[in-house]
Design a protein around this ligand. Structure first.
Ligand SMILES: *[C@@H]1O[C@H](CO)[C@@H](O)[C@H](O)[C@H]1NC(C)=O
Ligand SMILES: *[C@@H]1O[C@H](CO)[C@@H](O)[C@H](O)[C@H]1NC(C)=O
Ligand SMILES: *[C@@H]1O[C@H](CO)[C@@H](O)[C@H](O)[C@H]1NC(C)=O
Ligand SMILES: *[C@@H]1O[C@H](CO)[C@@H](O)[C@H](O)[C@H]1NC(C)=O
Ligand SMILES: [Zn+2]
Length: 251
């Protein structure tokens, strides 16, 4: 192999492993890659009623002219999935609700959510335009951002994570080690009685924030092979969302 071939192969392999941060959910300038304002506590899901959407209703506005029909259809599909699997509903914000609604836009790079849960200001979800099925327009990526909006953090900061994954600190780009810290002991976050979920749509890919293309999250059990799927909510994601919003039958 000549040097050029080696270089091309190297780039190809690294690209396949998401090196350095090609995944649009793993932006270097966001907390944990896609959260604008770091949560006070780093755990799995909020159980602070104050920051849950009132009456289990997310009132949103889609910024006009930012999405094509095919993108609108996928955003709608993600909302429908969440509505069908839980008691959470999505509806257009009224004028009066705008100041604490969810604004969905494509104006920035990457896929991200400004802040976890419902706030006293406009939350903002960014979905950079990609062809359907790619990047931020994988259905699971859109659902992932909606679950941040509803109050969930990433799976790997759950309190029980060290029993299920090894964080390979030696492979994490030092600048981004913060994204893997989960040492809060007192907090209003909870896993809602559910076990660590490798299949969660909130789980990182195994090489997230790697400095060398090697895994940063290594499953300790055999069932951990699908980490980072963006196809849809896992069964445990569904249960946790229903428990978070105290849906009928889950209280
Ligand atoms: C957080 O949890 C503590 C202890 O359970 C509780 O006293 C406090 O009111 C909670 N804070 C909020 C904002 O819900
Ligand atoms: C709460 O949501 C339910 C179901 O959509 C609706 O019927 C009801 O009017 C809402 N209540 C308030 C106070 O907004
Ligand atoms: C929600 O708002 C959009 C954009 O203004 C509008 O096209 C749509 O018809 C509205 N949907 C409902 C149910 O009011
Ligand atoms: C929300 O913000 C508004 C305006 O900044 C303020 O008047 C109101 O008291 C705030 N509410 C809460 C619950 O913080
Ligand atoms: Zn995320």
């Amino acid at each position: 192999m000549n040097r050029l071939m080696v270089a091309v192969l190297w780039i190809t392999v690294k690209g396949g492993l998401n090196y350095p941060f090609e995944d649009p959910e793993l932006s270097p300038d966001m907390f944990q890659g896609d959260i604008g304002i770091p949560p006070l506590k780093q755990r799995n899901g909020m159980n602070t009623a104050l920051h849950l959407w009132p009456n289990r209703t997310v009132f949103f506005e889609i910024e006009p002219n930012k999405f094509r029909d095919e993108h609108m259809a996928l955003i709608r599909q993600a909302m429908n999935t969440i509505q069908e699997k839980s008691c959470v509903i999505f509806r257009n914000a009224t004028e009066a609700e705008r100041s604490s609604s969810l604004l969905i836009t494509s104006q920035n790079k990457g896929c991200s959510t400004l802040v976890l849960g419902f706030r006293n200001f406009t939350n903002k979800m960014n979905l950079q335009l990609f062809d359907p099925g790619r990047g931020c327009f994988r259905i699971g990526s859109i659902i992932h951002e909606f679950l941040h909006v509803l109050g969930f953090e990433h799976q790997h900061v759950a309190q029980d994570r060290d029993q299920f994954v090894r964080i390979a600190w030696e492979n994490i780009n030092p600048e981004f080690k913060i994204n893997f810290i989960n040492n809060d002991k007192i907090s209003n976050f909870s896993s809602f009685g559910e076990t660590y979920d490798y299949d969660s749509v909130m789980h990182y890919i195994p090489t997230a924030f790697s400095k060398n293309g090697m895994p940063t999250i290594i499953p300790l059990k055999e069932v951990g092979q699908r980490m980072g799927q963006r196809l849809g909510m896992s069964e445990i994601d569904v249960r946790k969302l229903n428990k978070m919003y105290k849906c009928p039958g889950y209280v």
